[in-house]
Design a protein around this ligand. Structure first.
Ligand code: F3S
Length: 387
């Protein structure tokens, strides 16, 4: 891999130990994937924040690093709401470790906005054509597919290394030749908002790491695309998809997959809620202002009869205090900085109902509890129904 003089000095440790370690990670990655050089990134999103996932070893590694990041950088969700963790049932020991992790990142100059939707709170962090080093799979999918930026799905250490160096190796989705669709997906159904999570859940399983190109009957809304990409990244490893009518066509001979209303109904029926549901959790990926508005409307005048969590970014909750107040007047809780999957607080429940294809794919494995699926309306019905 070609290095500039400055990069070579950084690699040799002449600009500090932390940057040397960062360069070591970036070069190792570049070598593995055949990158020819490093390229500057516009922003970084760093995963590996929840103490539940990185543990003591991760905390030690981050605390050891010195210096400051070179580009605007944000964190992925942590294991708890950083101010309301007691209400989540998080114990003191976990909270102490979690706060140490976020503080260690903060000392490196990384913003403690712990969110998987950095584009909702800082639209200027990713623009069409920008190269990025983002980690969280739904954010990566949104950046590549909806914003038109270019990022690989970084691991926690490689994203942190990119933040410290302000650069990433040029390979994978940074190269146009790898951004070609591999599957044609025809959707033979009139989709409602909650169908996109299920559609993504189905297609992700089919295409794995592929690049699907959808033809829809109508252009999906931004929140629907967010749900679709998140689900495909979880049930498969999709990091890029196309949905615009004028998107590049899949090459001749590409596999064609047709998804029908019956397929969508089948997954819904398989994952229908029952009386075992003891928590309903929404906001995967983190809720947008529009989604909070819809929830406030659905919950208007109702009281919850079982736990109902809505996860969002702190920046969104602070922008919409009236909506948060309205939602919480039902007894639901709007938690920031975290989510139902990365927080250990979910593990004490038996069955979680979600309106997210990504959460449906992840909750059983990562929280070791059962999952059920429904639309936002059905989730609210379940949460407010007397047991
Ligand atoms: Fe975000 Fe957590 Fe879902 S990180 S995409 S809310 S699993």
């Amino acid at each position: 891999m070609h290095l500039s003089r400055e990069e070579e000095e950084a690699y040799q440790g002449e600009r500090g130990e932390s940057l040397r370690r960062a360069m070591e990670i970036l070069l190792a990655l570049g070598d593995i994937y055949g990158a020819d050089r490093l390229i500057p990134v516009a922003s970084v999103q760093v995963a590996g924040v929840s103490f539940k996932t990185i543990g003591e070893a991760g905390l030690e590694w981050i605390s050891d690093l010195k210096g400051k990041v070179e580009v605007p950088s944000v964190l992925n969700p942590a294991g708890m709401d950083l101010s309301r963790w007691r209400e989540m049932g998080i114990d003191e020991e976990f909270a102490k470790k979690q706060i140490e992790i976020v503080d260690a990142y903060r000392r490196l100059g990384i913003s403690p906005d712990c969110t998987c939707t950095p584009y909702q709170i800082r639209p200027d962090s990713a623009r069409r054509g920008d190269h990025l080093a983002w980690s969280e799979s739904s954010a990566v999918s949104f950046a590549n597919s909806v914003i038109g930026a270019k990022t690989n799905r970084e691991g926690g250490p490689s994203a942190l290394a990119a933040a410290l160096a302000g650069k990433t190796p040029r390979y994978g989705y940074h190269l146009e030749e790898n951004r070609v669709s591999t599957h044609k997906i025809s959707v033979d159904a009139d989709l409602e908002a909650s169908d996109y999570g299920i559609l993504g859940y189905i297609v992700g399983k089919e295409v794995g790491e592929g690049v699907p190109r959808f033809s829809f009957r109508r252009r999906p809304k931004v929140d629907e695309l967010k749900a679709l990409g998140a689900a495909m990244a979880a049930s498969g490893s999709v990091a890029l998809y196309y949905f615009e009518k004028d998107a590049p066509k899949a090459p001749k001979g590409s596999e064609e997959i047709s998804v029908t209303a019956k397929d969508l109904r089948g997954v819904r029926e398989e994952n229908a809620p029952d009386d075992d549901v003891d928590i309903v959790a929404m906001g995967c990926p983190h809720s947008s202002p529009r989604e909070l508005e819809e929830l406030a409307r659905l919950l208007g005048g109702k009281k919850v009869e079982r736990e109902l969590w809505i996860c969002t970014a702190r920046g969104i909750a602070e922008r919409c205090p009236k909506l948060v107040e309205k939602i919480e007047s039902s007894g639901a809780k709007v938690f920031c900085d975290t989510c139902m999957v990365v927080s250990p607080a979910s593990d004490r429940y038996k069955k979680m109902m979600v309106n997210s294809g990504k959460a449906l794919a992840y909750v059983p494995g990562l929280c070791k509890i059962e999952a059920a699926y429904g639309s936002a309306e059905e989730c609210v019905m379940t949460a407010t129904r007397r047991r």
